[in-house]
Design a protein around this ligand. Structure first.
Ligand SMILES: Nc1nc2c(ncn2[C@@H]2O[C@H](COP(=O)(O)OP(=O)(O)OP(=O)(O)O)[C@@H](O)[C@H]2O)c(=O)[nH]1
Ligand SMILES: [Mg+2]
Length: 270
């Protein structure tokens, strides 16, 4: 049994759910099967039906109303509730052996930076449900092309990377919105950036913070976490490229190949 899980993470409105839908649509086109697991208790109705939906376990609106919590507190409560009811998740996912599941996560970034619920869910999926997992972290291209924001975005992505300890792919979403303004060469500076060069470009920063920016650039540089894959949700080529990276880090193809000899044994045994 081999299951691939892709966590789709990133700040609010960055294009996570749209990306999930684009993967499903692309996979259908090429004859592969995938499902969306919705982990956002505040999700809006989606183009593709959620195969597993946290809202079937707990509703954000109910929590807000009954416990008199705000949306962020209620979200944390929902995840803590999910942690206490992981058997529900096991049961829901249980029927989907040998499948490709895409986990659409909420946009509250505290979930990826300092609350341990997501790492606990990740360990559970790996250890109890035998998932080969990959994290995708989306950042918006229009946001990131400002050098100073590039560093704050990179720190958030690194935070998620450290917290989850998973194979990690950074994605620059909504690239179509800046394509006309930035030529290929300029875009490459952000997709495959040199943090030290970008740090020198940060302007309009209080001199007191320039040193801090350089230190952060050093850290990002040392970490080697400086690559982004471009995403245009409506461009199948960009989806295909990202999917090939995900397949690679989750060893999807190898798992498929491994299954073939067993299939043959089954046939011979019959
Ligand atoms: N131009 C452009 N717009 C996009 C793209 N991807 C998403 N959007 C738009 O961005 C908005 C937010 O997209 P969602 O997919 O709902 O973002 P999200 O990250 O799931 O949002 P939350 O779940 O609320 O955190 C929507 O209006 C999308 O149509 C893209 O590649 N290009
Ligand atoms: Mg969403």
């Amino acid at each position: 049994m081999s299951r691939v899980g892709v966590l789709v993470m990133g700040p609010a409105g960055v294009g996570k759910s749209t990306f999930c839908n684009s993967i499903i649509s692309h996979m259908q086109t090429i004859g592969r099967r995938a499902h969306i697991v919705n982990l956002d208790p505040a999700a809006e109705p989606n183009k593709y039906e959620f195969t597993v939906d946290i809202r079937d376990l707990i509703s954000l609106d109910d929590v807000m109303e009954e416990l008199d919590l705000g949306p962020n507190g209620a979200l944390i409560y929902c995840f803590e509730y999910l942690m206490k009811n992981l058997d529900w998740l096991d049961e829901e996912i249980g029927d989907y052996n040998d499948e490709y599941l895409i986990f659409d996560c909420p946009g509250q970034i505290e979930l990826y930076t300092h609350i341990p619920v997501l790492p606990n869910i990740v360990r559970h999926l790996q250890q109890q449900l035998n998932f080969s997992l990959c994290a995708t972290y989306l950042m918006e291209a229009p946001f990131i092309i400002d050098s100073s924001k590039y560093f704050s975005g990179s720190l958030c992505a690194m935070s998620a990377m450290i917290l989850l300890e998973l194979p990690h792919i950074n994605v620059l979403s909504k690239l179509d919105l800046i394509k006309d303004e930035y030529n290929r060469k300029k875009l490459k500076r952000f997709l495959n950036p040199d943090p030290m060069l970008l740090a020198n470009e940060v302007e309009d920063v209080n001199p007191k913070f320039q040193k801090l920016t350089k230190s952060i650039a050093n850290l990002v540089d040392d970490f080697g976490m400086v690559q982004f894959l471009p995403l245009e949700a409506n461009n199948p080529d960009s989806i295909e490229t990202i999917l090939s990276y995900i397949d690679d880090v989750t060893q999807w193809a190898e798992n498929q190949e491994q299954k073939e000899p067993n299939d043959q044994i089954d046939i011979e045994e019959m």
